[in-house]
Design a protein around this ligand. Sequence first.
Ligand code: DP6
Length: 319
Amino acid sequence: MRAIAKAQPNIALIKYWGKRDPIRNLPAVGSISVTLSDLFTEMDVEIDETLKDDLLVVNGQDGNAMLARVSSCLDNVAGQDRPSARVTSNSNFPIAAGLASSASAFAALVVAADAAFGESLSGGQLASLAGRSSGSAARSLLGGFVELENHRDDIAVNSLLAADDWPLKVVIAITASGPKAVSSGEAMEVSRKTSPFYDRWVEQQASDLTEARAAVSDRELSKLALIAEHNCLKMHSVMWGSRPPMIYWNSATIACMQSIRDLQSRGVGVFFTIDAGPQVKAICEAEHEPTVRQALVATAGVVDVMVSGLGAGAKLVTA
Ligand code: DP6
């Protein structure tokens, strides 16, 4: 009747941008991500027959803004006739700022809800349900390097490489805090409807995925860097070409990219990626992490730097 699950956010190296079915929240493209180890969301789902409606508390505060999405995720797991639940979410990092908090939240939520409502769903079913709430959430069910495959009728997630098999570090430069103005889900719909670059983006994704898959399998950072930076900048170009344009960057975002370019020119194994927010994620070999962290701390406009390794997928903490 009560279960707590923990999940880590993931950072896409080959991005999900665009929905082929907005109602079922099916992505237009596949994607590849790394699951982090040091950032997490814990979801506590407690069934309470005495409640008329679900209750949600997020980091100690009333979570009404997210309640509809959380309730519909619980409906997807346990059916609409289910009893109400008290849901408590706690994250150890800023939410709604381009750090994939919805990914860790909904991955943890489907795992906790499955146990609390006694559903015993398969891993594939959990991925499908997590993806309905947030496309990127399905990837946080697994650890290490994860591919989200975009099949005709549904999605599937698949582990490409365990975290320990290529223990890279992710250094996150926070360049602004606070929630973003436009959610990624809304922004990708604007791109789909208005960006002249959108169709090309979708068309080219299969070859970007193939290139990244090979780089991961060979554990070659320089190969992965080339395709991941290309894919990231291409996604932002789709956004910039949308009407209205969506620009998530600030001047510190660009300064961080420049710092990473400087490190690369000095032979440091690192590359950047940026999601629907102004933060910059630098992916690097573990030995270079202190150098990368120092460079980003010293970059103008950076307000905080977080470091994470790669971690495991979502799991139950208690049931
Ligand atoms: C830029 O998973 O947040 O981070 O399915 O609408 O919830 P919804 O979108 P969401 O989009 C993530 C977009 C991205 C790229 C990525 O993580 O692949």
